[in-house]
Write a protein that binds this ligand. Structure first.
Ligand SMILES: [Zn+2]
Length: 295
């Protein structure tokens, strides 16, 4: 391997090809997934230049589900989203009474809007201009562009959340350092991430929708997050499963495989994935709860 293939987490050059895949969602361009044998962190290769990453995001998609669409599938989507929002707020409330909440990558602001109704004082950061504008206008939220992160007050936030966001951030080490600065000494950081070690990732391989290249630049797993936590002097206090993701990711993966009965297969494979994962707490997506180390 060339030196550019060094692991950005543990610096090892013991890196292997894991999957060949492509951008099934938008451009159909091919990409590879490599994995560090030493710490299990995996990454997309090649990574497009940072100034070209935006073209891989279809920004209309952000707003497509927020309008009051009709139809059974949309009703189901709205219902699942409402359940999901409530569950996330219950989880953050386990670690802190309602206080200062910062959601990085807040999208159109539904989570922050819900938390605000539960007495949290909320702030968002969102790079997508359309999503940011929607969140501010529809819910009257304070949402900043990404550049503002370095100007937010240090040790101010009780809780900082990144729901399926860190895998999109080019320099995740720098981002973790920044988040640590903003968190109160006894504050909590919650990272939700797809798990490349999950049973559904292993089943679908290069077709696994959790890869979502090249939007996902990094592919984490419980072992890689343990390593990340140690390197950044964070304590990993809990890893919480996101069981619905096994069904959703299986459904998308079945579509990428052009399977004729995607819903049935996704139901079966999502169920199987959750059952196998329950032995090792290795679910399709995980929420990692982190605290600053005292020592
Ligand atoms: Zn490594």
């Amino acid at each position: 391997m060339t030196s550019e293939m060094n692991c950005v987490l543990c610096k090892s050059n013991n890196v292997e090809l894991l999957f060949e895949t492509k951008d099934y969602f938008l451009t159909q361009e091919p990409f590879s997934i490599y994995r560090c044998v030493d710490c299990n962190y995996a990454f997309t290769h090649p990574i497009p230049p940072i100034n070209q990453l935006e073209k891989y995001y279809n920004s209309n998609d952000y707003l497509s589900h927020t309008a009051s669409e009709k139809g059974l599938l949309n009703k189901l989507y709205q219902l699942l989203r409402a359940i999901n929002l409530r569950r996330k707020e219950v989880i953050i409330s386990t670690y802190s009474d309602p206080g200062e909440l910062l959601d990085i990558g807040c999208g159109t602001g539904e989570f922050l809007n819900y938390c605000q109704s539960r007495n949290w004082s909320v702030t968002g950061v969102e790079p997508n201009q359309k999503a940011r504008q929607f969140a501010m206008e529809a819910y009257n939220l304070t949402v900043y562009p990404e550049e503002k992160l370095t100007q937010l007050p240090n040790e101010f936030y009780d809780t900082i959340t990144l729901w399926h966001v860190l895998e999109h951030v080019p320099d995740f080490n720098e981002r973790i350092n920044q988040i640590k600065k903003l968190t109160k000494p006894d504050g909590t950081i919650l990272l939700a991430l797809p798990n490349i070690d999950s049973p559904d990732a292993k089943k679908y391989g290069g077709f696994w929708a959790g890869l979502d290249v090249p939007r996902h630049l990094h592919h984490f797993s419980p072992t890689a997050i343990s390593k990340l936590a140690r390197l950044h002097k964070l304590d990993l206090v809990k890893s919480i499963p996101m069981k619905m993701d096994a069904y959703y990711v299986s459904l998308l993966s079945e579509k990428y495989l052009k399977n004729k009965i995607p819903f049935l297969n996704a139901a079966i494979n999502g169920f199987k994935s959750n059952r196998i994962a329950s032995n090792s707490n290795n679910f399709s997506s995980m929420i990692y709860v982190l605290k600053k180390s005292k020592s």
